[in-house]
Design a protein around this ligand. Structure first.
Ligand code: SF4
Ligand code: SF4
Length: 68
């Protein structure tokens, strides 16, 4: 099963990963912020991930690791 790891402290909150996920299982944290003061990307349903790695490829800061 694919595993997606997101480093919340490295995320700059751009939201690009959320917009490209075909399964719509990434979202920006609503009530939490990181040390940069931004809402960061979170996985909502790891079991639905198909391991396409679009999120990891799209992230400008290489915050997301996808293991397949
Ligand atoms: S690997 Fe694909 S399906 Fe999984 S979270 Fe990233 S974009 Fe979504
Ligand atoms: S693309 Fe990267 S920096 Fe942008 S919200 Fe997603 S994890 Fe954060």
């Amino acid at each position: 099963m694919p595993k997606v790891t997101i480093d919340p402290e490295a995320c700059k909150g751009c939201g690009l990963c959320v917009s490209v996920c075909p399964k719509k299982i990434l979202k920006m944290s609503e009530d939490k912020i990181n040390k940069k003061g931004v809402h960061y990307a979170e996985m909502t349903d790891q079991d639905k991930c198909i391991g396409c790695a679009f999120c990891g490829l799209m992230c400008p800061d290489c915050v997301i690791t996808v293991e397949r």
